[in-house]
Design a protein around this ligand. Structure first.
Ligand code: SF4
Length: 369
């Protein structure tokens, strides 16, 4: 597993030396560089680029974009309306299918020097939120929530902010096992620690630098024992030899580590990407086999496996999970109405309907605990 120790350079703006940034500039074994303005930053980047990998550099910038938003989802698809807090861009790991590779100009792992603004936005949302609705909020969309969280302290802060809001389930999503620093927190509220899971084959071939499946499940077990809710994300599901059986084995392993009642939700999503991403992925990972399968454009323009191929694997995973734990909440990420009807027998007209369904299910889930 790659950790903070693989970071060779930390670059920060001298005018934005916030407490958050200060946590990093005292790190030993790392080169610390400061910059005054964007021109100077660009010069530093151009110097480092030929020799230092993007994944070995942390760059602090003031983020001026959207710090808090509803997940943009995908047009014409049913989405779960997860709320996202942006905390950074890029991560330590090197997933073959990571769409962040398509942002060609980006270099380094970007963290936001103005994290206090993120916390303020989150607080504003909490104050105005409908107390009768359960909102899911997550921070792992453009980075890995826990890869260096023991240093950033971001996870702990999110938990502190949301723990007393009973209508909030804050999810920290990861491919790591870096959770020890969160175990002792007393008031965990409805916090969910979430793991992306995949078959050992896919983790080995396509999720370089991350924890293996056993490490993820051992961490999830510790988290569950310490009082967190747990989630799992079969996303992206990738076809390989014997993948039906391999995904079944992962499901059985999950339930051998985690008590059913602790699992808040499990999501499913087959691999998908915009057409222009294909060339980027093939160029960066010449031995990848993901793109060998047949892909077709969906209603949102993204390439996916054929509808019937997706339907079969979703159905298989759903049935395997529900045979062990009929009450576990399962949802699909970015799938169409017809798929929802076929796999779950549910006919949602819109993403809002799924959001309500999800919220009501979570009310029951929390009540039972
Ligand atoms: S963990 Fe997520 S952000 Fe990091 S490389 Fe993999 S897909 Fe990209």
């Amino acid at each position: 597993l790659k950790t903070i120790n693989s970071i060779k350079y930390i670059i920060y703006n001298t005018h934005e030396l916030t407490d958050f940034v200060k946590r990093f500039i005292t790190l030993t074994n790392t080169n610390i560089i400061s910059y005054e303005n964007s021109t100077e930053l660009e010069t530093i980047i151009q110097k480092l680029k030929p020799e230092i990998s993007s994944k070995e550099v942390i760059i602090f910038t003031k983020f001026k974009g959207r710090l808090f938003q509803v997940c943009p989802g995908s047009p014409k698809m049913i989405c779960c309306n997860l709320r996202l807090v942006n905390t950074g861009f890029n991560c330590l790991y090197n997933c073959t299918y990571c769409y962040l590779q398509s942002y060609l100009n980006s270099y380094g792992i970007q963290l936001f020097s103005n994290m206090d603004d993120v916390y303020k936005e989150l607080l504003l949302f909490l104050e105005g939120s409908d107390k009768k609705t359960i909102y899911r909020i997550g921070s792992g969309e453009f980075t890995d929530s826990l890869m260096i969280d023991e240093i950033t302290g971001v996870g702990k802060r999110f938990i502190e902010i949301t723990a007393n809001h009973h209508n909030i389930m804050f999810e920290l999503k990861t491919k790591s096992n870096q959770i020890n620093h969160l175990l002792h927190i007393k008031n965990k509220g409805n916090t969910v620690l979430g793991w992306s899971v995949n078959t050992p084959f896919n983790i080995k071939h396509y999720e370089s630098g991350s924890s293996d499946l056993t490490e993820r499940l051992q961490a999830a077990q510790l988290a569950a024992e310490s009082g967190y809710f747990i989630s799992f994300h079969f996303d992206p599901i990738i076809i390989h030899d014997n993948y039906f059986d391999e995904y079944s084995k992962v499901i059985h392993e999950i339930f051998s580590y985690i008590p059913k009642g602790k699992i808040a939700w499990i999501s499913l999503g087959t691999v998908r990407y915009p057409e222009q991403f294909l060339a980027v992925m093939k160029n960066n990972f010449v031995n990848e086999k993901i793109s060998d399968e047949e892909f077709l454009p969906g209603m949102d323009g993204k390439l996916r496996y054929q509808w019937s191929v997706r339907a079969k694997i979703y159905n298989h995973i759903k049935k395997t999970i529900h045979a062990i734990s009929p009450e576990t909440y399962i949802y699909m990420c970015m799938e169409d109405l017809r798929m929802w009807e076929y796999v779950f027998g549910l006919s949602f007209e819109s993403s809002e309907e799924l959001e309500i369904h999800f919220s009501n299910s979570m009310k029951n889930f929390i009540k039972k605990i």
